[in-house]
Write a protein that binds this ligand. Structure first.
Ligand SMILES: Cc1cc2nc3c(=O)[nH]c(=O)nc-3n(C[C@H](O)[C@H](O)[C@H](O)COP(=O)(O)OP(=O)(O)OC[C@H]3O[C@@H](n4cnc5c(N)ncnc54)[C@H](O)[C@@H]3O)c2cc1C
Length: 249
């Protein structure tokens, strides 16, 4: 049964006006990298947030965006060090590597705050033991939303030759990033995007789905649609060989 645990904010880092990361101590939780937990200021207004920290780190970290009309996220963004945050005692979720079949390459494809659970996963030993290559794709609108680059750089240094970080920026041209959005890049035939598309099409052909988790996000034209947070696995021996399965929709 869920209990509410009381933590203290030790840091609220603001990356941009809308993007923030809360670090919270005083809550001991057992969870798997990739899972989420409900957080709240009052028990009757709680929202799920993915852990950014790996399970071994006792300081919890959450990466959020302010949804201007949302009831909770603007208040979370205003929290200061020393203030209280309630954390549910029952982390949950299937965006975990134990749900992903073995493969040569693990693709972690995220948009916006969807990178959060992957940052937790990348800081555990499992991906480096189980997969020959790990590709983190992060798509954002503006380059300033390419967050956690220090942490990602450290993961890169610690796993030479195994880790690849690919970024998409849709609303400006940014050196080192692919311009545009993942679906458009697929249409234009960029090699990275082609690889993603290859996985997607093959999965479609064999009737399996690679998407793990879904989140409602706002699209450029203001429509809401379900975009996916994906973990993709593909054997490089040809796309026919690709293994993937739907874990959570
Ligand atoms: C399993 C799960 C894990 C989640 N993990 C995170 C996380 O790590 N970080 C995070 O910021 N949010 C995360 N969310 C969303 C989060 O729970 C809240 O919905 C969000 O913080 C907004 O809360 P709110 O009360 O202000 O507005 P809400 O009433 O909850 O949301 C209002 C609308 O805002 C939009 N929205 C919600 N979250 C986002 C987002 N992250 N990006 C773009 N649009 C959004 C949706 O269209 C939603 O209908 C997660 C949601 C789920 C289901």
């Amino acid at each position: 049964m869920n209990k509410w645990l009381e933590g203290r904010v030790v840091e609220n880092r603001h990356w941009t006006d809308a993007l923030f990361s809360l670090r919270v101590e005083g809550v001991a939780l057992s969870f798997q990298a990739g899972q989420f937990v409900r957080i709240a200021l009052e028990e009757d207004l709680a929202r799920p947030f993915s852990f950014v920290n790996p399970p071994a780190d006792p300081v919890l970290e959450f990466y959020g965006i302010v949804v201007p009309e949302g009831p909770l996220s603007p208040r979370l963004a205003r929290l200061r060090a020393g203030e209280r945050l309630l954390v549910a005692s029952n982390p949950a979720g299937f965006l975990v590597l134990s749900e992903v079949p073995d493969a040569d390459t693990l693709w972690l494809v995220s948009t916006g705050t969807g990178i959060a659970p992957f940052l937790s996963i990348l800081r555990t030993e499992t991906p480096w033991k189980r997969f020959g290559k790990v590709v983190l794709v992060h798509a954002v609108r503006h380059a300033r939303e390419l967050v956690y680059t220090d942490l990602i750089g450290k993961v890169h240094r610690e796993n030479p030759g195994l880790f690849h970080y690919v970024t998409f920026v849709s609303r400006e041209k940014w050196p080192g990033s692919l311009h545009g959005r993942i679906p458009a890049a697929m249409r234009d035939g960029h090699p990275v995007a082609q690889r993603l598309d290859g996985i997607r099409r093959t999965v479609g052909e064999v009737g399996k789905v690679v998407t793990v988790g879904k989140r409602q996000i706002e699209t450029d034209n203001g429509r809401r649609r379900a975009l996916a947070i994906h973990a993709m696995t593909g054997r490089t021996r040809g796309n026919e060989d690709l293994l993937a399965r739907r874990v959570r929709g």
